[in-house]
Design a protein around this ligand. Structure first.
Ligand code: GDP
Length: 311
């Protein structure tokens, strides 16, 4: 297990404040992954962008808090198309259930929450926008508990910790009567409550492609959580296509980790982390990437969804 990583998703109805909350988390925590000099890196990436005209606007986000990296996987706020929600949830171990303190839980909250509960994910309730006039955080918290009951949350999920706050004003608190003025309580609850990713560091590399990102510079980027082993720049791996028996070799030309709203280049991707890889002639969502040693295993059954396996 990689103790320094936490993988989460945010479940929120549109307008309940997801974007604003993530911005505040990024401001409060760090955005750089490695311990390199921040200024130097900022320069690097600016030069690189000037030279190559690259913009990699990542779907996922990562924020640093103390010595931990919290990967925040994007889940669509709209209804599910083609299993997008499912794929996102397979990469994470916990969800922030973000609910507007005035509007309460809504249809889309419910849809994604149901799936998260089925996957056995940990839940953290965030009652947001408590600064709103006529906000009723206590009542909305009760409504969330009712919803959890109705959706058959297990005992542990029903015991979800709650944080109240205002993403806009940049504070979160464990109790409504607390006077806290920053985002620390939310970070602390995430680190305490969401387990490190389930993965097998000592096995050959294995990853399920959960999403595809794109950059003009490197083309298609296969995004997913590394389920086993590690991958190094320059490694030759197998791509096992999900819709056929076909497989092809690929040489990894870039490894991206998520950092803030963008990405950082890495030399190695480690078990449990969510990374982007490039170097494929062809790769698609649902494909399996595997080291030579386990290329004979057919797509993705024996290390099937980590969260389900743990139940
Ligand atoms: P998203 O659709 O969930 O990503 O929501 P946004 O972060 O874009 O926020 C939607 C609207 O709610 C924007 O007008 C925000 O300024 C506002 N908003 C976000 N967080 C808060 C908050 O904590 N308090 C109040 N009063 N408004 C907020």
């Amino acid at each position: 297990m990689n103790q320094n990583i936490r993988n989460i998703a945010i479940i929120a109805h549109v307008d309940h404040g997801k974007t604003t909350l993530v911005d505040k988390l990024l401001q409060a925590g760090g955005v750089y992954r490695a311990n390199q000099q921040v200024e130097e890196r900022a320069m690097d990436s600016m030069d690189l962008e000037r030279e190559k005209g690259i913009t990699i606007k990542a779907k996922n986000t990562a924020v640093r808090w103390k010595d931990k990296i919290i990967n925040i996987v994007d889940t669509p706020g709209h209804a599910d198309f083609g299993g997008e929600v499912e794929r996102a949830l397979r990469m994470v171990d916990g969800v922030l259930l973000l609910v507007d303190a005035y509007d309460g839980p809504q249809a889309q909250t419910r849809f994604v929450l149901r799936k998260a509960l089925q996957h056995g994910l940990k839940v953290i309730i965030v009652i947001n926008k408590i600064d709103r006039e006529n906000a009723n955080p206590q009542k909305m918290y009760d409504q969330v508990l009712e919803l959890l009951l109705e959706l058959n949350a297990n005992e542990e999920q029903f015991d979800a910790p709650v944080v109240y706050g205002s993403g806009r004003d940049g504070y979160m608190k464990r109790k409504l009567t607390d006077e806290n003025k920053d985002m620390t309580p939310l970070f602390d609850v995430i680190l305490d409550h969401v387990p490190p990713p389930f993965a097998r560091p000592n096995q050959p590399f294995h990853m399920l492609v959960s999403n595809i990102d794109w950059s003009d510079y490197v083309g298609r980027i296969a995004v997913g959580k590394i389920l086993a082993g590690k991958v190094n720049l320059g490694d030759t791996i197998w791509v096992l296509r999900h819709h056929s028996e076909a497989k092809a070799r690929a040489k990894i030309t870039k490894i991206f980790e998520y950092a803030g709203l963008g990405t950082e280049d890495a030399i190695t991707g480690v078990a449990g982390d969510i990374v982007g890889l490039s170097g494929f002639e062809d790769v698609d969502i649902g494909d399996t990437l595997a080291a030579e040693e386990n290329a004979h295993r057919l797509p993705f059954t024996d290390i099937d969804p980590p969260t389900l396996e743990m139940q």
